[in-house]
Write a protein that binds this ligand. Structure first.
Ligand code: PEP
Ligand code: MN
Length: 363
């Protein structure tokens, strides 16, 4: 696939900003006025809101399209909104929405994507495709492919992170390697980072935006609201137009001044992969310890000793064999296994003695 640019090639970073949801005409226009003159390329506002759980604000629907027309007329800003089915597409085409975006809960569904692609056939409106909610690279590419097959060429991808279960610094974990892989496979596909939905909170927006720029994203999508705390959706992650202006002004546009211009990009890519792997390793070890604790309960129940020398010998041998094949030194695997084993014993000892494992951890 070869794409045409949605945004002007010369201007980087591309800036997409606006409220999570269009709530009232006044709120939409106040945000747009606050953003006009701040170098924004595209004004965003969700009209149909796909909420994970029922009962949350589900958007104002079609009447919001008129408000977007007023934004276009009064501020000259181009506008974008989310489309999730063929009807949304028809309404947005009729009302002159400049750019369409596909939300994460739609990208994930091939039926919806096909319906949207069919409704868009014959038009040449630019479309932004967010990654699916789950980290499924093929679904992301598949959604883009469906639009491409319908004849669309002005397509860009939006990285908004991936849902996760359990505690995380982010609302949607970034797993940067996936958008990096996408950019590598499709070098002419513009890549935008939706920092608001990745972070889910204001305090880490700027550092995440900087990271996206350092990873050569073409632009940023940021949720902006005139009174963020009172927003009807995603209040915790929205910022005022002023704060948006300050954040953008604070970003460092890195100019690479080294003999090897690919150097920083190269190490960043590898470091991202390392960060992802480290996160996975910790997660896997935690899962392993959970199993070890489960065994601890059974051993306790049957009055069986914690240390099982035969099992330990067999396990160590199998690991050493695997390590040999993977160019890991015996010295390292021995230390690693001993540490894991010791932690397993400690965890089982705590289970046996009934002491709490960690604060808040209930057996
Ligand atoms: C949004 O942009 O407001 C939105 C619903 O995002 P996502 O589809 O990424 O969850
Ligand atoms: Mn939102």
């Amino acid at each position: 696939m070869h794409f045409q640019p949605v945004f002007h090639k010369q201007k980087r970073p591309v800036l997409i900003a606006g409220p999570c949801s269009a709530e009232t005409e006044e709120q939409v226009l106040a945000t747009a006025r606050g953003l006009a003159g701040r170098d924004v390329d595209l004004f965003r506002a969700g009209i149909w809101k796909p909420r994970t759980r029922p009962g949350a604000f589900e958007g104002v629907g079609s009447p919001g399209l008129k408000w977007l027309q007023r934004v276009q007329a009064e501020t000259g800003l181009k506008v974008t909104t989310e489309v999730a089915n063929g009807l949304h597409v028809q309404e947005c085409l009729k009302s002159g929405v400049d750019v369409f975006w596909i939300g994460a809960r739609t990208t994930v569904n091939p039926f919806s994507m096909q319906e949207i692609a069919d409704a868009l056939e014959g038009s040449d409106v630019p479309v932004l495709v967010k990654n699916p909610v789950n980290p499924d690279y093929k679904l992301w590419v598949g959604a883009i492919e469906r639009l491409y097959k319908a004849g669309l060429r002005r397509i860009a991808a939006v990285h908004r992170g991936f849902s996760t279960y359990g505690d995380s610094k982010y609302r949607n974990v970034p797993r940067w390697q996936m958008p990096i892989d996408l950019a590598q496979e499709f070098p002419d596909l513009e890549l935008i980072c939706d920092v608001s939905h990745i972070c889910g909170r204001r305090d880490i927006l700027a550092e995440t935006a900087q990271k996206a720029l350092d990873l050569n994203f073409d632009g940023l999508m940021v949720e902006v609201h005139p009174a963020p705390d009172t927003a009807w959706s995603d209040a915790a992650q929205q910022i005022t137009p002023e704060r948006f202006g300050d954040m953008i002004a604070s970003l460092i546009r890195r100019t690479v001044t080294t003999d090897d211009p690919d150097f920083l990009e190269y190490i960043d890519r590898y470091r991202c992969r390392i960060d992802d792997l480290d996160e996975e390793i910790i997660h896997l070890i935690a899962q392993r310890m959970q199993l070890v604790r489960e065994i601890g309960y059974v051993k306790k129940d049957k009055n069986v000793a914690i240390l099982q020398p035969e099992r330990w010998r067999a396990l160590a041998e199998a690991c050493h064999r695997r390590a040999d094949k993977n160019e890991l030194s015996r010295e390292f695997t021995t230390l690693f296994l001993e540490a894991i084993h010791q932690e397993g014993i400690n965890q089982q000892e705590r289970v046996m003695s009934q002491a709490p494992l960690v604060t808040g951890d209930k057996p």
